[in-house]
Design a protein around this ligand. Structure first.
Ligand code: SF4
Ligand code: SF4
Length: 291
C-alpha cells in the first residue's frame, strides 16, 4: 500500500483546498440566472480529536453523539488510531453581501437568494465535503465527513430535543471559529449569516486557538444583557430570553415551502431572518453595532 503524502504545512494545505474550491470552482453557485456565487470567502479552523470538548458534547447532548474517534472507527473499523492522531477540519461559509442584503428586508419569508443558498448552497457544502475527502484520500489519508456518513442520524436529546449524531456548529466552536448566540446560531468573525461543514481526518494539525472561554461569549445578550434583535426578527416567536424553540422554528420553516415554490419556482424552504439585520449578522458584534 502506498504511503501517505508528506505535506510541509498541512494547515495551509487544507485551507488552500477549501478556499480554492469556494473561491474558484464553478460548483459554488446559487443556480440562478446570473449564476451568482452561493458563498463568500470561507474561514477554516482545526481541533484535535482528543479535545475534551468532544467528550463534553457527548455528556451534554446525549450518548448517541459521536466523538471524532467514534465516527472515524465506525468508518474505518480496522484502523488502530487514537483520538490524538485525529484532526477535525472545520469551515464557515459566509453568505454573500447580495444574499444578506435581500434577506434583511424580509419580515416573514426568505428572500430568493437566501432560499437558494439554503438548498443549492448546501449542495455546494456537500460537494466541498466530498472534495476535501477525495483530495485527502488521493494522498492516502483516511478521512470521513460525519454528516455524509450513512451512520449519521437524528436522535432525541433529553436536554435539547432533536439533535444529530454530529453537529457542524459544535465542531466549528471546538475549532475556534465562533460561539453560540441566543438564537442558537454560531457567531463567527464573519458573522452568523453562514453555514458550516467539517471532516475528521487521520492527520496531525495544530489546533486553532479558541479566543473564548464560554460557549456564548460573542452574543451581546449573554455578555452584556442587551440586544435581543434576533428575538424581534423571528416571525415565529421561536426565540426568547430562554433561547431557541426548535419546534416552533421548524413549524415556520415548513410554512415557507409553499412560498418558495410559488414565488421562486423551485422546491425549497428557509428563513434565516434571525441571521440577518442583526448586529451579529456579518461580524462579532459590539455595543456600538446597536446604535
Ligand atoms: S442578535 Fe443579539 S441577542 Fe441575538 S444572537 Fe445576535 S448578538 Fe445575541
Ligand atoms: S430561522 Fe426563522 S423561525 Fe427559526 S428562529 Fe430564526 S427567525 Fe425564527
Amino acid at each position: 500500500m502506498k504511503a501517505v503524502k508528506r505535506v510541509k504545512d498541512p494547515a495551509v494545505w487544507l485551507e488552500t483546498i477549501i478556499k480554492r474550491f469556494i473561491n474558484k470552482s464553478p460548483e459554488n453557485s446559487l443556480q440562478n440566472e446570473k449564476n451568482e456565487k452561493a458563498w463568500a470567502d470561507p474561514i477554516v479552523g482545526f481541533s484535535s480529536g482528543d479535545d475534551s470538548l468532544y467528550k463534553f458534547y457527548k455528556e451534554d447532548i446525549g450518548d448517541f453523539y459521536w466523538t471524532p474517534l467514534e465516527i472515524f472507527t465506525k468508518t474505518f473499523p480496522r484502523s488502530r488510531v487514537t483520538s490524538d492522531q485525529l484532526t477535525v477540519i472545520s469551515w464557515v461559509l459566509p453568505h454573500t453581501d447580495a444574499t444578506k442584503f435581500d434577506n434583511r428586508k424580509q419580515t416573514v419569508y426568505p428572500s430568493e437568494r437566501w432560499a437558494r443558498a439554503r438548498i443549492y448552497g448546501e449542495e455546494v457544502n456537500v460537494k466541498l465535503r466530498k472534495h476535501v475527502v477525495a483530495t485527502l484520500r488521493e494522498s492516502r489519508y483516511k478521512i470521513v465527513a460525519p454528516v455524509l456518513s450513512p451512520f449519521c442520524k437524528t436522535k432525541m436529546s433529553k436536554r435539547y430535543g432533536f439533535a444529530s449524531t454530529w453537529s457542524e456548529r459544535h465542531a466549528a466552536y471546538a475549532s475556534g471559529l465562533g460561539t453560540f448566540g441566543l438564537c442558537d446560531g454560531l457567531i463567527t468573525p464573519k458573522g452568523k449569516a453562514m453555514r458550516c461543514g467539517s471532516v475528521v481526518a487521520h492527520i496531525k494539525i495544530p489546533p486553532t486557538k479558541r479566543p473564548y472561554n464560554v460557549h456564548n461569549a460573542y452574543c451581546l445578550f449573554f455578555s452584556n444583557g442587551i440586544c435581543k434583535k434576533c428575538v424581534q426578527r423571528c416571525p415565529a416567536r421561536a426565540i426568547t430570553e430562554k433561547g431557541h424553540d426548535k419546534v416552533k422554528c421548524e413549524k415556520h420553516l415548513q410554512t415557507t415551502r409553499d412560498y418558495v415554490r410559488s414565488h421562486f419556482g423551485f422546491k425549497g424552504y428557509g428563513c434565516g431572518l434571525c441571521q440577518t439585520s442583526v448586529p451579529c449578522e456579518s461580524k462579532i458584534p459590539t455595543e456600538k453595532d446597536l446604535k
